[in-house]
Design a protein. Structure first.
Length: 152
């Protein structure tokens, strides 16, 4: 996988997806139809003000490239009504990550906002410029890429 750096503070998930699909940030922005820069939370600071991108905007693009995305949550919660919640025991997310590429959503320990990094099955590719395995990144969800073939 080739490291692609994000071009601003709110398009990390686009850069990560571009890495995994071996395409460009601009191609993905064109497919989605916006650049994520719209200010939707003016009361917040920095990139948290911006619309950014949601994982649901990524899924149809990934499907076009022949991949499905399987979400694996680190700390799943069950709810019968959206209010009452029951925490399911923590999932050993690492066992699903071995040799399987995908998107890791979480937070850098010292950051207030969410971040995405690419996972090639063994290493993280941070669109901020780092490659390796980072203990300062707290994973919440692993969106595992699964290549599929449509039988016709």
């Amino acid at each position: 996988m080739k490291l692609i750096k994000q071009t601003n503070d709110w398009n990390c998930i686009i850069a990560v997806t571009a890495m995994l699909l071996d395409t460009t940030i601009q191609e993905l922005i064109t497919k989605i139809g916006h650049d994520g820069s719209e200010v939707v939370f003016p009361e917040l600071e920095g990139p948290m003000q911006r619309r950014g991108f949601h994982i649901q905007e990524i899924i149809p693009i990934v499907l076009e490239y022949g991949y499905a995305m399987v979400p694996i949550e680190m700390e799943p919660i069950s709810t019968p009504n959206g209010i009452n919640q029951f925490k399911i025991p923590k999932v050993n997310i690492n066992k699903y990550m071995i040799n399987r590429p995908g998107i890791l959503l979480g937070k850098n320990v010292k950051s207030l906002w969410w971040h995405a990094v690419a996972w090639d099955g063994t290493l993280m590719y941070d669109p901020g410029g780092r490659v390796g395995y980072f203990n300062d990144f707290q994973i919440y969800t692993f969106w595992m890429f699964y290549q599929y073939q449509i039988n016709s």
